[in-house]
Ligand binder design. Structure first.
Ligand SMILES: Cc1cc2nc3c(=O)[nH]c(=O)nc-3n(C[C@H](O)[C@H](O)[C@H](O)COP(=O)(O)OP(=O)(O)OC[C@H]3O[C@@H](n4cnc5c(N)ncnc54)[C@H](O)[C@@H]3O)c2cc1C
Length: 412
């Protein structure tokens, strides 16, 4: 029987693995194989709300957001298809005095990174976005160039790009482990992967997995403190109030609630800070009522509108809400050469292409110009999954820990 060989194996055909495989192949890597246990995009990537922002809370996340927006803008010209990016503008709302203080500081940092973001007073914000109540908030930071993609169109875009570039996508094929060999001087080097369809010989692997990255890590003998938790998105029935060409998106960080236009109705999504980590299996209706009450207060035109669509899905997160980009390191601290870990930490629409580009760079050359990855590797977490970095202040209220429970089921 002939040996199955690849120059790069990518685990997971979500937006991170999909785009990473395309970037690597387009750069000239020979045989690129993507392993997907289900169907491409079937994880978090097809269920997202599509919010894309460069307004990050740290220089690294500003860089990833900008890179990804530039990529989305240039897609049609470079690959002949696109992810449906629409520039809508994004207001990150301050409700409390403290929100405003940290928000204004954040604007200074972002402007220092070259972002054309500015602070709007409550009056300016509600003049710009007439459906936003002029009371109940203190304005916020605003930039014209943030926007949204269409998550399903993005799955289509990377699937087409992979196919056109010659990436080999193997759906319904489960990654089950790494083959390694000891390295002189310590640690190990990857020499292959195990899959449900047999082994593949390779010396380069990118591990992704979104909400299942912790399970993927466990299969590889790694402890990756990536979590999974319910996140809910709903769309209201169309209303004349929202029948406008362009309306900036809004993020009420304190409430963990964001909204944007979707086909004449309002799409809104939220995370509950008290949510117990794990797979999303159902809608939490009391939480829907709480989110609607908060939305109704800030957007009076949303009051009384019926729900057209609602879904609860499992979102990925990291304890510090930052991406993971770096080499595999075993729980004993030994590196596994040739294996790169990539997670967008729950921000795969806004950072996904940047994370994917950086992962492909790291896998092939060990360095990347997309973002400074010095602090983004697995080595920032202690044995309990605690990060030594401060959390990104602009994120959904995700849980702050992602413990490695050996008995936790592998997410489907
Ligand atoms: C409801 C919701 C709303 C969201 N909204 C936004 C938003 O507005 N903006 C934003 O930036 N982000 C948003 N996100 C987050 C974003 O969707 C994710 O960060 C992103 O999709 C993660 O991409 P990924 O490729 O890492 O993971 P995934 O898309 O989950 O892909 C991982 C893939 O790995 C596969 N896999 C797992 N284990 C194995 C194995 N052993 N072998 C083979 N394959 C395996 C899975 O089947 C899956 O297809 C949202 C997420 C949800 C759930």
């Amino acid at each position: 029987m002939s040996v199955d060989r690849a120059d790069l194996v990518v685990v997971g055909a979500g937006t991170v693995g999909g785009w990473a495989s395309y970037f690597a192949k387009r750069d000239g890597v020979g045989r690129v194989v993507v392993l997907e246990r289900g169907l491409a995009g079937q994880g978090a990537s097809s269920r997202a709300a599509g919010i894309v922002r460069a307004q990050g809370g740290t220089p690294a996340t500003v860089a990833l957001g900008r890179w990804s927006i530039d990529f989305y803008r240039g897609q049609a010209a470079t690959i002949g298809t696109d992810s449906g990016f629409r520039e809508l503008g994004y207001l990150i709302l301050a409700v409390t005095e403290e929100d405003e203080r940290v928000g204004r500081e954040r604007v200074e940092m972002q402007r220092g990174e070259g972002l054309d973001v500015r602070w709007l007073s409550a009056e300016e914000a509600s003049r710009l976005i007439p459906t936003l109540s002029p009371v109940g908030h203190r304005g916020g930071s605003f930039i014209e160039t943030d926007g949204c993609i269409d998550p399903q169109r993005n799955v289509r875009a990377y699937s087409l790009a992979m196919q056109a570039a010659g990436v080999e996508l193997r759906e319904r094929t489960v990654f089950t482990g790494l083959r390694t060999t000891p390295q002189a001087g310590g640690g190990a080097r990857v020499v292959g992967v195990e899959t449900s369809a047999g082994p593949i010989v390779t010396d380069r692997v990118i591990l992704t997995g979104g909400p299942s990255l912790r399970s993927v890590g466990r299969l590889a003998g790694l402890r990756i403190p990536a979590g999974a938790v319910r996140h809910t998105v709903a769309i209201l029935e169309p209303s004349p109030a929202f029948d406008v060409e362009r309306m900036p998106m809004i993020f009420d960080i304190g409430g963990g609630l964001y909204w944007r236009l979707e086909e004449g109705g309002l799409l809104f999504g939220w995370s509950d800070p008290d949510e117990v980590p794990g797979e999303a299996r159902s809608i939490n209706w009391p939480a829907v009522d709480a989110a609607r009450a908060r939305l109704d207060a800030l957007v009076p035109a949303a009051r009384g509108l019926g729900l057209r669509k609602i879904w609860a899905a499992t979102i990925d997160y990291t304890p510090d809400h930052l991406p993971i980009l770096g080499p595999a390191i075993t729980p004993e601290g030994a590196p596994i050469a040739g294996v790169t870990i990539a997670s967008a930490g729950g921000h795969g629409m806004m950072w996904g292409p940047g994370v994917a580009r950086a992962a492909a760079d790291l896998a092939m050359t060990g360095r990347t110009g997309v973002v400074d990855v010095t602090d983004l590797g697995l080595d920032r977490f202690d044995a309990d999954g605690r990060s030594r970095l401060a959390a990104d202040p602009i994120a959904l209220p995700f849980p702050t820990s992602a413990t490695d429970d050996e008995t936790a089921p592998v997410l489907r």
